[in-house]
Design a protein around this ligand. Sequence first.
Ligand code: AMP
Length: 426
Amino acid sequence: MTFHHLGLATDLLRAVAEQGYSEPTPIQQQAIPAILQGQDILASAQTGTGKTAGFTLPLLQRLKTTPFQGHRAPRALILTPTRELAAQVSDSVKLYGKYLPLRSAAIYGGVGIVPQIQTLRRGVDILVATPGRLLDHLQQKTLDLSHVEILVLDECDRMLDMGFIHDIRKILAVLPSSRQTLMFSATFSKPIQQLAHTLLKSPTLIEVAPRNTAAEQVTQIMHPVDRDRKQELLAYMISFHNWRQVLVFTRTKHGANRLAEKLTKDGLKTAAIHGNKTQAARTRALNDFKQGKVRVLVATDVASRGLDIDHLPYVVNFDLPNVPEDYVHRIGRTGRAGNEGKAVSLVCRDEYPLLKSIERLLNRTIAETVISGYEPTASLQSDVEPPNRKQSQQPRSNRANSQTQAKPTRSKAKSGGRDRKRLHTA
Ligand code: AMP
């Protein structure tokens, strides 16, 4: 299967060829023809699957074939949860649409509104926006959305998690009801299904990864460790394994700053991105990380959402997320577009219930390896499971000491037995 088979125009094929993509990814194979036919879609696809090109290419083609008439107002609206994602999607629109006479713009908060007003005044065909700033423009009457033909809700689950549902509803209220709507979401929670039900007309369902499962090519591992030794263990692992580019997740902005400072003191070039940083600082940190000037990027869930960093090999959960779905999003930063990746979680005792809910969502256990010298002072499980469940039910000979990916082991998860491994690293 090649991009030619999907019915894309030569202007788009040329832009795709310049990116060096030899064949469409599974989501592109399914989404592109459906969108070209004008269907609504509900797609469950994580970041890294090529979903952006999956909706951008056919969207561009549809707009190209029906040129604007008279007043140039947005005919496609792409909503994203974060500024970073809006900027990235906007870059993709420009990249894939470079041979088309279409204009696009990104509209998000944290930057001046006046240049955006000027851009909108000059006329835009495709608008990529975060909900909050878009509403500001609507309230100031600097934006006319009455000509929108195609609406894309990207990373919809995250938009709902971030509390954007009311903003989204206000935006929907000013859009024409006869339009094509495309919904993308990494997970299919109840609220997503409800929203899909109200928004989509006979949608084509596209599911490229099984529901709520983490990317196949990501090796997942967890190290039990005391909370106050996590930072030391992380610095040790980065240096010992010589990780050149690692994305580290913390739960709080404060925690991200603190960790970044400590790692910097340890001699590791580190930057932090979170909601309290200015947009300029976030963009700079991300660029430095992409260019290899920064080795460790510490991020909170919100700030990291949708980051497109090619071939990211390591993701570390310094803290486990409170919401299990965030774990899926986080590890989706690695193992992208066919590359192998590794997701490492540092788990202290009080996070054990969070680990259990993540494993329930994934329907698998995450392989556990104790790092020699960093053994936790108390068993992770002693608070939450009876003592006779602490030990693995497997015979010792079955407990391999290599760091291989854990296979789904439903029964073991139920019995409380874990793949307990010991790693002698020094
Ligand atoms: P996305 O899931 O949209 O964030 O895309 C993830 C990454 O895959 C991006 O870096 C894209 O440039 C890349 N990509 C998209 N489509 C393809 C393709 N057909 N072949 C190879 N890489 C792709």
